[in-house]
Unconditional design. Sequence first.
Lengths: 356, 356
Amino acid sequence: MQINGKVYRTIWVENNIVKIIDQTKLPHQFIIKDLKTVKDSINAIKTMEVRGAPLIGATAAYGLVLSIIEKNDQSFLKRSSEDLIASRPTAINLKWAIDRMMKKLSGINSNEILKIALEEAKKIVEEDVKFCKNIGVNGLRIIEGIANKKKDTVNILTHCNAGWLATIDWGTATSPIYHAHQKGIKVHVWVDETRPRNQGANLTSYELNEEGIPNTIITDNTGGILMQRGQVDMCIVGTDRTLSNGDVCNKIGTYLKALSAKDNNVPFYVALPSSTIDWSIKDHKQIPIEERNSEELSHVEGVDENNKIKKVRIYPQKSKSLNLAFDVTPAKLVTGLITEKGICEASEKGLKGLFK
Amino acid sequence: MQINGKVYRTIWVENNIVKIIDQTKLPHQFIIKDLKTVKDSINAIKTMEVRGAPLIGATAAYGLVLSIIEKNDQSFLKRSSEDLIASRPTAINLKWAIDRMMKKLSGINSNEILKIALEEAKKIVEEDVKFCKNIGVNGLRIIEGIANKKKDTVNILTHCNAGWLATIDWGTATSPIYHAHQKGIKVHVWVDETRPRNQGANLTSYELNEEGIPNTIITDNTGGILMQRGQVDMCIVGTDRTLSNGDVCNKIGTYLKALSAKDNNVPFYVALPSSTIDWSIKDHKQIPIEERNSEELSHVEGVDENNKIKKVRIYPQKSKSLNLAFDVTPAKLVTGLITEKGICEASEKGLKGLFK
């Protein structure tokens, strides 16, 4: 998609160097960063220079490529894969991408391994682009349906960033929106700012602006009253891990919006590529919920009056804080799952109907 | 209650000058400010140097006193009362306090009027202190009940600041907590930071710290998963306007926590002095919901590394935002109303049983 009128993806390779957009600097600065080692990749995932389940998966896959370039050695590759998996605990794509790469690379001799690793990483990336595009085509039908009935702008609420910046291109939750916009359907997006890291404001609103899609940032507290007032026609969010029973683990706060959608009869959709489905876990209580540094809450970064990036402490110095990154939205609150293969009910039956 | 070990109220009078704590500077600076004119009072309410329904009411009452000191003239007094009522639209106490003062002052001759106005304003203030204290005594029973059953620390979630800083003393939602703490019951408070103005972090956590009550700040997104995990024993919030049917209009985001409490069988209480009850409105859709400056969302104030207060812009420059200040929690989600006269069901029957 576009930034300053130029088309980008979130990750690409030039001369054996992996290029990413440093998303911690958005929206205030647009910086392309080089990843040259597996350590660079791990660091980019940990510090959230790259984030979003699909993009984390792709970065991890390319991390293994960089590991091979660094040191073509099976035990180093194995350690790299473990370190990459440990870099963030909740997104399932990370493990999925690493497992897929390692399966492909097992038993490959050292002359061929770099070429094959690079091919497989590219395949993961191209597949994600295709999946996200298909999610858009499938989700477009829902937006179209509302637009035809309402004969006015469709108001869509989203939480966090499940936009193209969270994937390689198109995004998951935003893909139906981009497809609707390109088809000339009038859409307006309510963007939850998504504390503590404000990825809604910093990334989703930013990328919608760059594509010319009308949007309004709101605090995470605001979705409820907008739904009470009938100002939200539908919600679409992404997911970091989808259980086979249809429960959805996504950015913290998603659950509260889903409750409000249910209470106000607003359809609540989750958009996902099948790589986020965790077929192994049956009970959402088994999902490890990442606890991040509490400084992400107590300190905020922005630009001062001279457009310089500044970090300020917003909490009382004596106060403690807790920074949980995800919550779980039970399947009962989800109207449907929008996947690359079609839309299904948020249930084992629904998912198996499409994928098994 | 205490700040730096010294006991304060939020508003008091010295030599015909009204003194307030400038709450826009907390927690980073503790500044006592003089209000000398009715314009100062209006400004203090508008800019939220004073906030919280009961404190707004008291400031408005003292605003009329200042109006009389400024110019002892009935038409000036009337204009002052209108300007004060218009200073913020949602909190009902504002109108309640002004109506009460104006009723008392109508037909009073100009020699006596200042003395009577001052007496009535002081009565409003002392009544609020007594009401808040009684709310604490009544709410204490609920906390005690949980503590006796659980035999461990009682975890209480609150939203925004309905603490003593929102009233004259004790607070509404915090009063039961202060009473429990003083009785030696172990409590821990989950403090919603409460975007956009972060009054939870800036004021509630600050005042709990000063009283030595353990508390942890969380983003407004976090309450849901804490309740899913069983880490919240009860919620207590304040209210800016309580309808006679039990619907509660409070700081935006309250509704989302109430939904989550219902979904997880966590008791959800609202603490209020009867001055916040609006007997006239039957449908919450008639409550005017204040829309504030969008810069309150896009810009954040904190302290930099040199402890200097700095404001930074956190949103993309091109982005729009919407700043609604309140939402409505339907009575069906409220376990009970904790008032100065006792605890009742959130319904017309419940409220009338105590108050009419």
